[in-house]
Design a protein around this ligand. Structure first.
Ligand code: SAH
Ligand code: SF4
Ligand code: F3S
Length: 457
C-alpha cells in the first residue's frame, strides 16, 4: 500500500447513485496514494461526477470546468501537475463535446468504466492527449472494484442494480447508464455486512429501477427485491432498510408483502409517477395508467397503513394540455404525498420527446410547476404538522447545527432535530415530536426507562 500522499478532490452532482459512485472512485484510487480533500486548491486530481438529467445540470459542468481551468493553469505555472477528470452521465453522453469545449480535461469516463480509473490515470500522466473511456465494457465493473471502504456514518448507500431498459420518452438514463444489470444477492449481502460492521445502521439500496432487481438469489436463480430485503433483514445490526428509485411497473406482490412483513423496511416509498394523465403517460412510454398507480398505492397502504409516499412529477411534457395537467393535480389530491420532486420538462438531446411536436411553451410550464409545487408543499406541511404529539423512533445520524443538538431521521425520512448526547449517534431512540415544520420535525427525547425511574424516585 502506498502512503496517501496525493490529494483527490471530487465534486458530485445528480442522484444518490452518483454519491455512491464517487465513494467507489475514491476506493479505487486509494491504493495509488490518493486521499480525499475538501478543497480544490492544491489537489493533484479533481473529478467532476456529473448529471445529465436536465439542461441546467449539464450547464453547471461547463461553468465549473471554466473555474478549474484557472486552478490547473496556476498549478502548472508553479511547476505542479493536476489531473482533471469528468465522470458520470455528462461524460457518457457528451464525452467528445467535453474534450472539444474543454481540451484541458485529461480524462473523460462513463459510469461503467470506474474500475479502469487507475489505468486511465497512468495513461493520462504518460500520454500527451486526453483519455476517453465511454464504452460499456463487457466485464462487470463490480467484479473489479475493490471492496467499499469506511461507511461515512450511520446511513449508507448500496448500489444493487444499475441501468434502465424502460426508455421513457424524456429520459437520458438508459443511454448514460446502459442496460439494466443486477448484482447477485451474495455480493449485496457481503457489502451490506461490511457497511454494518463499519457502523451503518440504515442502508438505502440503490438502482435506477431498483425494484426491477432480479439478481441471482441464494440458489443461483433470478430472485426478487422482496426476497433480497428479507435476506438483508437477517442481519440484527441493520436496523433500517430503504430502496430507491422504483418504477410502478415493477412493484410486485412480494415487495408489497415485504412492506407488511419486514419491520426493518421503512414505511416510506419514493415511487415516481410523472403525470396523472393517461394520454401523457402513454406519450411518455411509462406503460402504466393513473389508475394502475392508485391501485398500487392502495395495495401498499393495505399492507402497511402508515406508509408515506413520495414521487417525481414532470410538467410540460410535449403534448401536455391544461386538462392533462389538471389530471396530475387530481392524482396528487387523491394520493396525498409526504414529499415530492417536480420538474419542468427539459428536452434532452437524442431522446424521443425532444424531437416531438407540441412542445409546451415556457410560460405555461412555469405556471403549472408553481401550481403543482404549491399543492405538494401544502401536502408536505400537513403531513409534517400531523406528526406533532406523536412518539416516533428516530435514527440519530450526527450532531445538529447548534451545540447540544442532534440530527436524525424519522421512519418517513423527515429530518428530525432534538437535544441529546452525541453518544446516541448511530442508535434508534424514541422521541416525542414537538412541532412539524415545513421541512423538518422538532422533537424531545423520551427519557430512557432507567432515567425515568431515577427522576421519579
Ligand atoms: N431512475 C429514476 C429517475 C431518474 S431521473 C426513475 O425512473 O424514477 C429523476 C427524475 O427526473 C425523473 O423521475 C423525472 O421526474 C425527472 N426527469 C427525467 N428526465 C427529465 C427531463 N428530460 N425533464 C424534466 N425532468 C426529467
Ligand atoms: Fe428514466 Fe424512465 Fe428509466 Fe426512470 S424508468 S430511469 S425515468 S427511462
Ligand atoms: Fe443524473 Fe445520471 Fe443520476 S443523469 S440523475 S447522475 S443516473
Amino acid at each position: 500500500m502506498t502512503a496517501n500522499t496525493k490529494r483527490l478532490h471530487m465534486i458530485t452532482w445528480g442522484c444518490q447513485m452518483n454519491v455512491y459512485d464517487s465513494g467507489r472512485m475514491a476506493d479505487v484510487l486509494a491504493p495509488l496514494g490518493y486521499a480525499p480533500t475538501e478543497a480544490p486548491e492544491g489537489a493533484d486530481m479533481i473529478i467532476l461526477n456529473t448529471c445529465h438529467i436536465r439542461d441546467r445540470a449539464a450547464e453547471k459542468v461547463f461553468s465549473e470546468l471554466g473555474r478549474l481551468r484557472l486552478l490547473k493553469q496556476a498549478r502548472v505555472a508553479a511547476g505542479g501537475k493536476m489531473v482533471l477528470a469528468v465522470a458520470g452521465c455528462v461524460a457518457q453522453a457528451e464525452g467528445a463535446e467535453i474534450l472539444a469545449r474543454a481540451p484541458y480535461v485529461d480524462i473523460v469516463l462513463g459510469p461503467q468504466t470506474y474500475h479502469r480509473l487507475p489505468e486511465m490515470v497512468a495513461r493520462a500522466s504518460r500520454a500527451a492527449g486526453a483519455v476517453i473511456e465511454t464504452d460499456f465494457p463487457a466485464e462487470d465493473k463490480f467484479d473489479f472494484l475493490p471492496d467499499a471502504t469506511a461507511a461515512s456514518g450511520p446511513t449508507a448507500f448500496l448500489t444493487i442494480q444499475e441501468g434502465c431498459d424502460k426508455f421513457c420518452s424524456f429520459c437520458v438514463v438508459p443511454y448514460t447508464r446502459g442496460a439494466e444489470q443486477s448484482r447477485p444477492q451474495a455480493a449485496v449481502l457481503a457489502e451490506a455486512r461490511r457497511l454494518v460492521d463499519q457502523g451503518a445502521r440504515e442502508i438505502t439500496l440503490l438502482g435506477q429501477n431498483v425494484n426491477g432487481w432480479h439478481g441471482a438469489g441464494a440458489d443461483g436463480a433470478p430472485s426478487t427485491l422482496g426476497r433480497l430485503i428479507a435476506a438483508l433483514a437477517a442481519n440484527p445490526n441493520l436496523l433500517r432498510i430503504r430502496y430507491t428509485t422504483s418504477h410502478p411497473r415493477d412493484m410486485d406482490d412480494s415487495l408489497i408483502a415485504a412492506h407488511r412483513d419486514i419491520p426493518q423496511l421503512m414505511p416510506f416509498l419514493h415511487l415516481p409517477v410523472q403525470s396523472g394523465s393517461d394520454r401523457i403517460l402513454a406519450a411518455m412510454n411509462r406503460k402504466h395508467t393513473a389508475d394502475d398507480y392508485l391501485r398500487i398505492i392502495g395495495n401498499l397502504r393495505a399492507a402497511r397503513p402508515d406508509i408515506a409516499l413520495s414521487s417525481d412529477f414532470i410538467v410540460g411534457h410535449p403534448g401536455e394540455t391544461e386538462a392533462d395537467f389538471q389530471a396530475t393535480m387530481r392524482l396528487i389530491e387523491a394520493v396525498g404525498f409526504a414529499q415530492a420532486y417536480s420538474f419542468k420538462y427539459s428536452p434532452r438531446p437524442g431522446t424521443p420527446a425532444a424531437g416531438a411536436g407540441q412542445q409546451v411553451d415556457e410560460a405555461a410550464k412555469d405556471r403549472r410547476l408553481q401550481e403543482l409545487q404549491a399543492l405538494l408543499r401544502s401536502q408536505q406541511a400537513a403531513f409534517n404538522a400531523a406528526c406533532a404529539g406523536q412518539t416516533v423512533p428516530v435514527l440519530f445520524t450526527g450532531p445538529g447545527r447548534h451545540p447540544g443538538q442532534l440530527s436524525g431521521r424519522s421512519p418517513w425520512l423527515q429530518p428530525v432535530h432534538a437535544a441529546g448526547s452525541e453518544s446516541l449517534i448511530g442508535t434508534v431512540a424514541p422521541v416525542q415530536i414537538v412541532s412539524g415544520n415545513p421541512n423538518s420535525l422538532t422533537a424531545t427525547l423520551i427519557p430512557h426507562p432507567m432515567e425515568q425511574e431515577r427522576t421519579q424516585a
